[in-house]
Design a protein around this ligand. Structure first.
Ligand code: PLP
Length: 361
């Protein structure tokens, strides 16, 4: 089980650090400070209040988010934020909202956003099969709102930098699959959302970072559950939150802080992991075809297919025999995908690279 968990390359829910799994196994029976199973602890307990506060505090330190940012832990997944974020920014069909459509998730987000606004394509990668991202100067540049997905989980495309600051433009970013994988320039953003189940913890909790100044301007009359201010006022304990998911997120955050150190070091390790896997693919260009153009390759999700798809089953067998899991491509793309989230160790990525090289031979 230890080997298989350490070699879980799933796109999400993804791998979890071993030390966290061990603490969870204990917590399922009893959280020592409380004397109860994690699953039976009240969300109104002092213990849980402290869990939420500590998780938010570690997030703030890791990301360098000061008091001008509100940090919320919400439910509904990243999918709820596709519309909720825009609603809280006061979007109407008349608001200029520009959308970078660069992959499966930004396309889905855009489709959902049409319920509350009329998004305009700031750039579209659909015709080229979502193999590249735009340079920022290739996207629409105007005041209003820009929505981007920093890492396209399905196709394995990742922006290297943040959009430039433009007067009168707010930048909203879905960082579901790369938050906490590298340092980010927070100054470039106004609202960031990311679900857990990749680098943050298990599914069930979604983190939103939003500038407090924007919350003050949010429209009145929103349904309370959809209003960020409801959750901000309640310290993210408005209704019953997913206690176990948030506790798990705290354990993952502590692991990142105590075992890795900071996001600079995490980024360094993640770069080495991705380099090992891409090198194995590039060493065998007759066998493997990476999906992304080299300049836009994601360090989190390595999507590829075989030049000869008739051999897919053979590679699948080799990967399973090696004790690896989660390597099937997303259902929309097929092929293979190796997700190298924070909890996947460099050694595991190197083991995968070795099997890919051997099999190609
Ligand atoms: N955004 C990105 C970048 C994702 O990778 C995903 C799911 O994997 C989502 C949004 C949707 O998230 P959820 O299933 O939490 O709604």
């Amino acid at each position: 089980a230890a080997w298989r968990n350490a070699h879980n390359f799933s796109g999400g829910p993804g791998a979890m650090p071993r030390a966290v799994l061990e603490q969870l196994a204990q917590a399922a029976l009893e959280v020592p400070e409380v004397g109860l199973s994690l699953y039976g602890i009240s969300h109104r307990s002092d213990w849980f209040r402290a869990v939420v506060d500590e998780a938010q505090q570690i997030l703030r330190v890791l990301l360098g988010a000061g008091d001008d940012w509100e940090v919320l832990s919400l439910q509904g997944g990243a999918s709820l934020q596709f519309s909720m974020a825009l609603v809280n920014l006061g979007c109407t069909p008349a608001t200029p909202v520009d959308w970078v459509r660069a992959g499966y998730w930004s396309a889905r987000a855009m489709a959902e956003a049409t319920a509350v606004c009329a998004p305009h394509l700031a750039w579209d990668g659909l015709a080229q099969g979502y193999r590249a991202l735009p340079r920022w100067d290739q996207t629409t540049q105007r005041p209003g709102i820009l929505h981007v997905v920093s890492n396209e989980t399905v196709e394995g495309l990742q922006f290297r930098d943040a959009p430039p600051r433009l007067p009168g433009r707010l930048v909203v970013c879905d960082m579901s699959s790369d938050l906490l994988s590298r340092t980010i320039d927070l100054d470039a953003y106004d609202l960031i959302y990311a679900h857990a189940q990749k680098n943050l913890g298990p599914a069930g909790v979604t983190v939103v970072l939003v500038r407090k100044s924007l919350l003050e301007q949010a429209p009145s009359g929103l349904p309370p559950m959809l209003d960020y201010r409801t959750h901000a006022r309640a310290g993210s304990i408005y209704n019953t939150p997913p206690v176990a998911a948030i506790y798990t997120m705290l354990l993952v955050l502590r692991w990142l802080r105590d075992e890795i150190g900071d996001l600079k070091r995490m980024a360094h390790i993640n770069a080495a992991k991705a380099a090992a896997v891409y090198a194995a693919l590039d060493a065998n260009p007759d066998v493997y075809i990476p999906h992304a153009q080299p300049a836009w390759r994601s360090q989190m999700n390595v999507a590829f297919r075989l030049a000869d798809p008739a051999r897919d089953a053979s590679l699948r067998r080799a990967l399973t025999d090696a004790g690896f899991s989660g390597l099937d491509g997303h259902r929309s793309l097929g092929g293979f995908r190796a997700s190298l989230y924070d909890a996947v160790a460099l050694e595991a990525a190197q083991n995968l690279a070795a099997v890919l090289r051997d099999w190609a031979q």
